[in-house]
Design a protein around this ligand. Structure first.
Ligand SMILES: C[S@@+](CC[C@H](N)C(=O)[O-])C[C@H]1O[C@@H](n2cnc3c(N)ncnc32)[C@H](O)[C@@H]1O
Length: 162
């Protein structure tokens, strides 16, 4: 199953039998650490150092998972590029799972401005080609003992591409 991950802990996915994984992060160092952590298990992963606000995939995927990266895109053109990629490179009936900061969540992360979302704003942004399955709110406790408010939503690609 071709799957696209924005450097989200792929170990559990590999153990569950997911194959053909692509892992993207703007940080070469982050991918290097992930590759080292996974050892042999991660040998089949395609690692791509890229900015998801301008990157263009070279294949379609059945499953696209973004945890805590989409909210780093703050410019309209980056957001449009990302959603256009989803529309073009997520297969019909494929799944998109996203975790972003909520509207009452952090306004910055690692010193960078972030954009905040709600169930409604995410759904509106994606509703042209994805339908929402469900969303849930989640409070993430960081290693620095601070709480970050997230929303996680699962979407599915509509069969017809409009
Ligand atoms: C909060 S971390 C989340 C890491 C991982 N997805 C997880 O859930 O554990 C955010 C990650 O997004 C990456 N990142 C930030 N902006 C990015 C961009 N424009 N394109 C690709 N990766 C980006 C950072 O390098 C960092 O590894």
């Amino acid at each position: 199953m071709p799957s696209f991950f924005i450097n989200f802990s792929p170990k559990s996915k590999l153990k569950k039998g997911y194959t053909n994984l692509t892992l993207v992060d703007i940080s070469k160092n982050a991918l290097k650490k992930t590759r080292k952590r996974l050892g042999k298990l991660g040998k089949t992963i395609e690692y791509i150092v890229a900015d998801v606000g301008s990157f263009v995939p070279n294949q379609q995927y059945n499953f696209w998972h973004d945890r805590a990266t989409f909210h780093f895109l703050t410019e309209q053109n980056q957001i449009e590029h990302y959603t256009q990629n989803l529309q073009n490179f997520l297969r019909p009936n494929g799944y998109f799972l996203i975790g972003t900061f909520t509207e009452d969540g952090p306004t910055k992360c690692s010193g960078h401005e972030v954009k905040q979302y709600s169930e409604n704003t995410l759904s509106e942004l994606l509703s042209k080609f994805l339908h929402k399955i469900k969303c849930l709110n989640f409070e993430h406790l960081t290693p620095f003992d601070t709480l970050q408010k997230f929303i996680f939503c699962q979407f599915q690609m509509r069969e017809l591409n409009f």
